[in-house]
Design a protein around this ligand. Structure first.
Ligand code: ADP
Ligand code: MG
Length: 316
């Protein structure tokens, strides 16, 4: 099978909001009046971001989902994606499953795959995502203000717990194993929450590298500090009941791959945020406050706790 047959068979689908899609030298899109184009890319490397023998469906889903999560964190509506993929071989079963997972995510979040590149090489996947956001309404990292509340969606630490299990670093109860592996393998980007936070959040980020690291980016960009209360951070019951254990604290505070949103907002937005959570049927929890003092302090049972690493860093 030629490269072009492969692209035709596995990566060419009908599109919803694209003028010219896969098949020409470039794709063509129109950005609606009054909108800015939000653009981001995320790469997944076999052995670094997923195990070589991971289910191809999950890899396909996650490759797109983590990119849509970046659009959510900007308050942008994801619309278009490109896919650059290096494959060791043209394995039909693998490609069929990969594209099934990729397009399941694309369909759920209404994203068109509009182009890409396909080469032979060690398995690596790079997705670029593009979305629309009304001019000047994007949720940046830089707007957090002193006394803002700090919020987080969903639950933290589940993906890291699933990963710890796969790496034989944690033994977790059977009854939560599936949900933790699901959190790790098939993250759910908080797209509608991101859109709903336009005009509410002063700073926003998606948690890919761990809460402390990613909240740290908001603090740095906004030039402020924060105090968090570990007991208030939402996590599965198993983690809640083991929070005295330093390694469990680490999963909740520095574990990556949750793809929940962390955002800041003035106290006056509290009711609107709670209403948004109800409407989306998604827990949104207040976990701390922004302070002017530089630094990020985490309290547990009244004492401040320290961490050597705040999250995942490819080069640290
Ligand atoms: P070119 O030689 O001009 O770089 P390619 O042969 O790389 O073109 O690709 C042919 C067409 O298929 C282009 O429209 C490109 O965007 C698209 N394409 C290539 N690989 C992928 C892929 N993995 N997913 C989606 N579209 C792809
Ligand atoms: Mg090319």
């Amino acid at each position: 099978m030629s490269e072009f047959d492969l692209i035709q068979r596995h990566f060419t689908r009908a599109t919803r909001h694209t003028n010219l899609s896969v098949g020409d030298d470039a794709a063509l899109i129109s950005v609606a009046n009054g909108m800015e184009l939000a653009i981001s890319a995320d790469m997944l490397i076999a052995g670094t971001h997923f195990f070589h023998d991971a289910a191809p469906y999950d890899i396909g889903w996650k490759a797109l989902a983590v990119n849509i999560s970046d659009m959510a964190a900007m308050g942008a509506q994801a619309k278009w994606a490109t896919l650059a993929i290096a494959l060791p071989e043209a394995n039909h079963h693998w490609l069929t499953e990969f594209s099934k997972g990729f397009f399941a995510c694309a369909d759920q979040f209404n994203v068109d795959l509009i182009g890409g590149d396909t080469t032979r090489g060690p398995l690596a996947i790079s997705v670029q995502i593009m979305g629309e956001v009304p001019i000047n309404q994007a949720l940046k990292r830089s707007g957090a203000k002193s006394n803002d509340d700090i919020w987080v969606s969903g639950q933290l630490g589940s993906a890291a717990l699933g990963l710890a299990h796969l790496q034989d670093k944690a033994k977790i109860p059977q009854k939560i194993l599936l949900s933790c592996l699901n959190a790790l393998n098939m993250p759910m980007p908080r797209s509608t929450l991101g859109l709903g936070l336009r005009g509410i959040a002063t700073g926003c980020i998606d948690i890919s590298d761990g809460l402390l690291a990613d909240l740290g980016h908001i603090l740095k960009a906004s030039g402020c500090g924060a105090i968090l209360n570990l007991e208030e951070i939402p996590c599965v019951e198993y983690l809640k009941t083991h929070l005295h254990d330093k390694s469990m604290q680490k999963l909740v505070l520095t574990g990556g791959d949750d793809y929940e949103l962390c955002f800041t907002a003035p106290e006056s937005k509290l009711e609107q945020i709670n209403a948004l959570g109800k409407q989306l049927n998604l827990p949104i929890t207040r976990i701390g406050k922004i302070h002017t003092d530089i630094g990020l302090q985490v309290n547990y049972k009244g004492d401040s706790i320290q961490f050597l690493k705040q999250g995942f860093d490819h080069f640290a």
